[in-house]
Write a protein that binds this ligand. Structure first.
Ligand code: GNR
Ligand code: NI
Length: 171
């Protein structure tokens, strides 16, 4: 049965390592398949829209994501390669490894990622908005990067009231 694993917080050395490529021969291993299931369980429990293996203390190049969008069903991407990039935009972002904070970061508005799925089959996914943002965020994790490294205005998650303020007051 899948179980929820602890999510590492900023300051843990695993989050700062360059994760190792997955040997495709490892993909069918029941332990690897269990890890994927556990990562989905952990992401849904958080809740979050993506989770990279280093966040559960596994320094390997893959992530899971589910942005709750019909066009983008839940996905696992192993050995991801960011293929494509459109215009840049500034977006608000958070991270399960930096709990309670948000900040503004510049991301590509569109992105495509290629890699392997959980059966070891080649895949290529593309999208914009939250899909593109999430893919870039997860690949950063695999390279030991956190959004706070280059985000602006990192602050505690605004309450609903403060949210209204933020959208009406120019900062
Ligand atoms: O759940 C998450 N939400 C999110 C919101 C905006 C930009 C990126 C993300 S990813 C984050 C989950 C996470 O930390 N994945 O590594
Ligand atoms: Ni994150």
């Amino acid at each position: 049965m899948p179980y929820v694993r602890p999510i590492l917080q900023d300051g843990h050395p695993t989050l700062r390592k360059i994760a190792k490529r997955v040997d495709p021969r490892e993909i069918p291993d029941p332990l690897f398949q269990q890890l994927i299931d556990d990562m989905f369980a952990t992401m849904y429990a958080a809740p979050g829209v993506g989770l990279a293996a280093p966040q559960v203390n596994v320094s390997k190049r893959f992530f899971v994501m589910d942005i709750n969008d019909e066009e983008h069903p839940p996905a696992v991407v192993i050995n991801p390669k960011l293929e494509d990039a459109g215009e840049e935009i500034e977006l608000r972002e958070g991270c399960l490894s930096v709990v309670g904070m948000v900040g503004e970061i510049v991301r590509y508005q569109k992105a495509a990622v290629s890699g392997l799925d959980r059966h070891g089959k080649k895949i290529r996914l593309e999208g914009e908005g939250l899909f593109a943002q999430c893919v870039q965020h997860e690949i950063d994790h695999l390279d030991g990067k956190l959004y706070v490294d280059r985000a602006k205005n990192v602050r505690p998650v605004p309450t609903e009231e403060e949210e209204q303020e933020e959208s009406t007051v120019s900062s």
